[in-house]
Design a protein around this ligand. Structure first.
Ligand code: IFM
Length: 479
């Protein structure tokens, strides 16, 4: 049996482990796939600005064209229909729908998302829409360091909810506020590119406030869909049991995971260890009224999981998972290696068992306060192998490592939440593959391919990879 036939047989076997009603989807984000940055009245976001600054993005890449999804909606929804996914997670582009970040919505922007939603619904694909996936309009000066941006975001959420509230099944307010705060404001490797280290915390606080205001706004706009938020959770451990490693691991867990999760699920910030009380003063002295706004009832919770983190005291030479950051070397701790795990194309540890740990941590920390969970992103970047069949001349993209990655992560999530397992208390409802398409991977430009569908960035041709065929078979074979 050829390796491909074997993968298909395994797909059929794998289908039986997926519970009935479990949602399997694929995800993208506006800035990473749309392109058309000057079309249809769109204006600029901080990422347009940042990616056009020299030296910010690998290879000097930008997302002016990206995967050109703006001009290829019909083709891309046809791919989704062929794949057989239950749901598609996309984001509304803030500068496309509300250029400048204030005032009424842009008619051409509305028309674009109308087309997308109509195509999805006609194909029987349930839309999950994210309101903010990092494309803050440049006109909102100070961006998320400015408390006003939270209010602007609430207004935007209301306007978008009024227009699309009849067609979106699930709303995600904000995607990964931790990444925005840490990579964008603390380390400067993402837009807007400031290197504030611990002084970046207000950018997290204001996003959380924006999340709370957006939930209120969507409810006021009477949207019919469910409402949630997406945090990226990385289980954190100390490299050794020394007091210093434990202390820094605790602090990293706070700034990466707990400040975002505790705020939305419990309405409080975690207790900050004394030596960091000054550095993390915005958490220690947070206004209880702000925390009450952040703590809105949620219909679901979105978990993105990519890799675990191991923390060691002392400045290290380890690169950030998203690239070199000079600011990292001035921190009193560093990210230690995981020699026991294979690495993805990005160099991230490939550790499916830690998805189970992430789910168990959510169950343990939040108990009854945790609503049903969707894994809103999981996936892997790989240097996909292009294999040209000598007889037919057809090129296929052999990505068996992506098939293994997805099968192992999905199985780990289902195992961890099965009766009697450590995360049994989690009501896990679905898994979205990141990503449907190869796309603009932020500071890494086009060097990291996460797609189920290969995009040739010169011709913009789409070619489904072998993982696409595998997932299609899994979805077809479900009972
Ligand atoms: O591409 C990103 C996405 O925008 C947010 N979550 C992680 C992905 C992979 O880095």
């Amino acid at each position: 049996m050829s390796a491909r036939d074997q993968a298909m047989t395994e797909a059929e076997a794998f289908a039986s482990v997926i519970p009935r009603g479990f949602v399997v989807g694929a995800a993208t984000a506006a800035f990473q796939v749309e392109g058309g940055v000057h079309d249809g009245g769109r204006e600029l976001s901080v990422w347009d600005e940042f990616s056009h600054q020299p030296g910010r993005v690998l290879g000097g890449a930008n997302a002016d064209v990206a995967a050109d999804h703006f001009h290829r909606v019909r083709e891309d929804v046809a791919l989704m229909a062929d794949l057989g996914i239950d749901s598609y997670r996309f984001s509304f582009g803030w500068p496309r729908l509300q250029p400048g970040g204030t005032g009424g919505l842009n008619r051409e922007g509305i028309a674009f998302y109308d087309r997308l939603l109509d195509e999805l619904l006609a194909a029987g694909i349930s839309p999950m829409a994210t309101l903010f996936h990092w494309d803050t309009p440049v006109e909102l000066r100070g961006s998320w360091l400015n408390r006003d941006t939270a209010g602007r975001f609430g207004d935007y959420a209301y306007a978008v909810g009024e227009v699309f509230g009849d067609r979106v099944d699930r709303w995600v307010t904000i995607n990964e506020p931790a990444t925005v705060m840490l990579n964008g404001y603390a380390l400067g490797i993402h837009a807007p590119g400031t290197t504030l280290l611990f002084d970046a915390v207000p950018a997290g606080h204001h996003q959380l406030l924006g999340h709370g205001l957006a939930v209120q706004a969507l409810r006021a706009a009477s949207v019919r869909g469910e409402i949630g938020v997406t945090n990226v959770h990385s289980p954190v451990s100390a490299a050794t049991s020394t007091d210093d490693d434990e202390l820094f691991a605790d602090v990293f867990d706070i700034v990466h995971n707990r400040m975002f999760e505790d705020a939305v699920l419990l309405g409080s910030y975690p207790v900050v260890p004394e030596p960091f009380a000054r550095a993390l003063r915005p958490l220690v002295e947070a206004d209880p009224n702000d925390l009450a706004i952040m703590h809105q009832p949620l219909d679901f919770y979105g978990l993105n999981y990519y890799f675990p983190t191991r923390i060691a005291a002392g400045a290290g030479s380890t690169a950030s998972p998203d690239g070199e950051a000079a600011a990292l070397s001035s921190l009193p701790f560093h990210l230690a290696e995981w020699p026991e795990f294979p690495r993805t194309g990005f160099g991230w540890p490939n550790a499916p068992e830690f998805l189970g740990v992430a789910l168990a941590e959510l169950a343990d920390r939040y108990g009854d306060a945790l609503p049903p969970v969707y894994i809103t992103e999981g996936g892997v970047s790989l240097p996909d192998e292009l294999v040209r069949d000598v007889d037919t001349g057809v090129t296929r993209i052999a990505d068996s490592a992506r098939i293994d990655f997805l099968a192992q992560h999905l199985a780990a999530a289902l195992d961890a939440t099965a009766p009697g397992a450590p995360a049994a208390a989690v009501d896990l409802r679905g898994y979205y593959v990141w990503s449907l398409l190869d796309n603009f991977e932020w500071a890494a430009g086009y060097s990291q391919r996460f797609g189920l569908v290969h995009v040739n960035f010169a011709t913009l041709d789409r070619t489904p990879k072998e993982s696409f065929g595998w997932l299609r078979r899994v979805l077809e074979a479900r009972s």
